[in-house]
Design a protein around this ligand. Sequence first.
Ligand code: FES
Length: 112
Amino acid sequence: MTSTTELIDLCAAEDLADGEIRRGTLPSGHAVAIYNVNGQFFVTDDVCSHGEASLSEDGSLDGFEVECSWHYGRFDIRTGEPCAMPCEHAIRCFPVKIEDGRVYVDLGEDAS
Ligand code: FES
C-alpha cells in the first residue's frame, strides 16, 4: 500500500484562539471549518448537512461538538458524525497536520 501527501496550508495556528472556528477554502473552492479545541485542531466541511448554514459563521463549539445555530443540530468534529437532531448525515472530516505553526489538511490518499 502506498500513500500520497498533499498538504494544504489553511492558516496560522496562532490566528485561531481556543474555542474559535474559522472558515477556510480548499484549492477546489470547497469551504471548510477549522476548529481549535484546547490547542487541538480539527477541520470539517463548513456547510451543515441539514441545511446551508456555515458552521464557521453560524456554529459554536461545545467541547468536541459544533452546534449549528439554525436548528441546533450538532456534529462531533473528531468524526463528522451527527450527534443531535435534526442533523442525520455526517459531514466530512479532514486529516490535520500542524507544521511550523501552520494548520494544514492532508488531501493525499491511500492507494493499494
Ligand atoms: S441547517 Fe444546520 S441544523 Fe439545520
